[in-house]
Design a protein around this ligand. Structure first.
Ligand SMILES: Cc1cc2nc3c(=O)[nH]c(=O)nc-3n(C[C@H](O)[C@H](O)[C@H](O)COP(=O)(O)OP(=O)(O)OC[C@H]3O[C@@H](n4cnc5c(N)ncnc54)[C@H](O)[C@@H]3O)c2cc1C
Length: 304
């Protein structure tokens, strides 16, 4: 049964049917969600999850910066958790962040409050929820290294508080400690950062962002590194060594600036172009080097 807005009671967020998802992903591609929901806050999200339980867990989008939504879109409920009004606070020496806070905002907030080691988050253009789900990291920093606890909204619509001991954390991978996939939706996190010099942290953020601008194709729609780095090597090096820099498929192109990025070069790519290019890169790199690159970006939805 298709979801209709008339099915809900007491929701305070924004809802839309057959809503295009391209605007919710940094690649700017993707078909519609059957039913899109932007919750007002965590309790509103819980109410939505309880009322849509029979349709299965919703597909979650933060800032869509690590996500390829196929052209046919996503069946069932989709929730977008990025919320510019999401809360940040300092309490009991921990930094609290709602999952919908943008990670760069958390980095600046932590620096402003004299914390060190949160600077890397300035270079990760997703939400805190996305950083938790992906165990995002760069320049030696990694999200879960600083997590004291998280709040998770479970499929039955209730909240649980968990600690890092409840998870098996690996390179861009977050599983439950028993090896099953991480369940539920991250709704908040409490971070423990060491005390540091706020102005030094702000300077490090500036330097880090300058480095990113110099090395990444940030002027074109992209989703960061497409492939995980294989053990002891770099996906970008392997892709470049196979002569794939600049390779195109429809509107998608292996960036000429950074070989592990695929860009939506003229803003006209389809998700199918990007997915075909991902597969072509995997095939060529495997044939020429023997290394099978694994996608770091998550692919959801149906082909058109
Ligand atoms: C220019 C650029 C540079 C990047 N650089 C880096 C980098 O240096 N290091 C790095 O690690 N990543 C990098 N990324 C990738 C991306 O920014 C991170 O993976 C980021 O943490 C994703 O956050 P998001 O909110 O955009 O998640 P989305 O892309 O919206 O979602 C990613 C996955 O997380 C899940 N998810 C999102 N929010 C939640 C939640 N609240 N609860 C449960 N699951 C959730 C989604 O369902 C999906 O499976 C880069 C991306 C870009 C565009």
């Amino acid at each position: 049964m298709m979801l209709e807005s008339t099915h809900f009671e007491g929701l305070r967020g924004t809802q839309a049917m057959r809503a295009g998802l391209a605007r919710y992903t940094t690649w700017r591609v993707g078909g519609p969600a059957d039913f899109l929901y932007l919750p007002a806050d965590r309790d509103d999200l819980a109410s939505f999850v309880r009322q849509t339980r029979t349709h299965g867990p919703p597909t979650v989008i933060g800032l869509g910066s690590n996500l390829l939504v196929r052209d046919g879109g996503v069946r069932g409920p989709v929730v977008v958790l990025h919320n510019p009004g999401a809360a940040l606070a300092v309490a009991d020496s921990l930094v609290y962040a709602d999952a919908g806070v943008a990670s760069p905002k958390l980095a600046r907030f932590a620096a402003m409050h004299g914390c060190a080691e949160a600077e890397f988050l300035a270079g990760i253009p997703g939400t805190v929820g996305g950083a938790l789900a992906m165990h995002a990291g760069c320049y030696g920093g990694e999200t879960w290294r600083h997590v004291a606890r998280v709040e998770v909204l479970l499929a039955n619509g209730t909240f649980a508080v968990r600690t890092p001991a409840d998870y098996a954390i690996g390179y861009r991978s977050v599983m439950r400690a028993d090896g099953t996939p991480a369940d539920g939706i991250f709704t908040a996190a409490w971070f423990r950062f060491p005390q540091g010099d706020g102005s030094a942290a702000r300077l490090r953020i500036k330097t880090l962002l300058q480095k990113r601008i110099a090395t990444q194709p940030l002027g074109l729609p992209n989703a960061g590194s497409v492939f995980r780095n294989p053990s002891g090597d770099h996906a970008a090096r392997l892709i470049e060594s196979c002569g794939l820099k600049g390779r195109t498929r429809g509107g998608a192109q292996v960036s000429t600036k950074h070989a592990n990025f695929i860009v939506n070069a003229r803003g006209a790519a389809r998700a199918a172009d990007i997915e075909a290019l991902i597969e072509e890169v995997q095939e060529v790199v495997a044939r020429k080097t023997g290394v099978r690159l694994e996608a770091e970006v998550r692919i959801v939805g149906e082909a058109a």
